[in-house]
Design a protein around this ligand. Sequence first.
Ligand SMILES: Nc1ncnc2c1ncn2[C@@H]1O[C@H](COP(=O)(O)OP(=O)(O)O)[C@@H](O)[C@H]1O
Ligand SMILES: [Mg+2]
Length: 333
Amino acid sequence: MSDAPLLKVEDLRVHFPIRGGWLGGQVGAVKAVDGIDLTIEAGETVALVGESGCGKSTAGNAILGLAPATSGRILFEGTDILTRSPAERRGIRSNMQVVFQDPVSALNPKLSVGRLIAEPLTIAGWDETAKQTRVDELLDLVGLTKAQKSRHPNEMSGGQRQRVVIARALALSPKLIVCDEPVSALDVSIRSQIINLLIRLQEELGLSYLFIAHDLSVVRHIADKVVVMYLGTIAETGPTDAVFDHPTHPYTEALLSAIPLPDPEAQRAKAALILEGDLPSPANPPAGCPFVTRCPIRIEKCASVRPGLADTGHGSRAACLVKVPDASLNAAR
Ligand SMILES: Nc1ncnc2c1ncn2[C@@H]1O[C@H](COP(=O)(O)OP(=O)(O)O)[C@@H](O)[C@H]1O
Ligand SMILES: [Mg+2]
C-alpha cells in the first residue's frame, strides 16, 4: 500500500434525492457532485475551487463521511473506504479532520480554549496528564500561548478562534485535513496569517490538505494542484502554475479574471470577464457541457456533447470541446 496515494477519489457522485408528489417518492436528484476524480499525495495540498453551489463542500463532506456518496470510490492509502464496514470506515477516517469556514459555530462558546482543544483527546480516552502535555504542544504549534487556555471563544479574535479550530483538528495527528473555506469568514488582513500557519504546519507535520475555496486568489500560495469545479464536475485541473499561467477552460479564465491585481494600472487595463447568468440548477444540469449556458466561446456541439478532461499541452487537463478538441474523445455522454 506504500506507493498508493494518500487519497484517491474516482468518479465520485453525490446525488441528493428530491422527493415530492402525492406519495413523497423520488422525483429527481440534486447532482451536487457528478463524477469527479482527484488525487492527493502525502504532504500535498490540492485546492478545490469554484463558485458557491458548485459542489465543493459536498465533495469534501463525502470524503469525510459527512455526506453519502451515491457512487464512485474513495481510496485512502489504497483502501476503498466506501466498501468497508462502519467500524473500519471510522478507523480510516480518524486520519482525516476538517476545518470549516466559521470558527464561531465550530466552537462551543461555553468551553475554555484548553477544554476545546482537549475535547478530541477526551473522546479518544487520553488521561489527564497526557492531555495537558498535548494541549500545550498544540497551543504552541498554532501560535497561541498557554495563558490563552482559560480564555473563551468570544474573548478572542476571528483569527485566534480559527487557530483553536486548527489545534483541535490536529489533536489526534491526522494525515489529511479538509479545509473548507478556512479563511473566507476572516478579515482580509488576517487571511494570510492563517494560510501561512497552514503552510508551516504542513512543513512541520507532513500534512496533506484538501483546500476548498470559492475564488482562486487564496490558493496560489498554498496549493500544489488545483481542481476547478463547475456544477458538480471538473472543468480544469493541473499543477497550480499551469492552471494560473495557462488557464484553458473559459470558466477558469473567468475565475482568474475576477482576482484583482495588486497593481492598479494593470487592474485598469484588465477587462474582467463577466459571466452571464447564474449557475444552473444541479437538479437540472445542461445536457452537454455543464458550462454551455454561460460560455462565451460555445459552439453548437457543446449543447449536446459533455466533454471529458483532456490534456491542454501545458501539463493540465481541461474539459472544453473548443479549447481542447480531445475533450470530445473523453466525452461522458
Ligand atoms: N443535504 C443536501 N440536500 C440537498 N441538496 C444539497 C444538500 N447539500 C448541498 N446541496 C446542494 O448541492 C449543491 C452543492 O452544494 P455545496 O456542496 O454546498 O456547494 P459549495 O460548497 O461549492 O458552495 C447546491 O445546489 C446545494 O444546494
Ligand atoms: Mg461550501
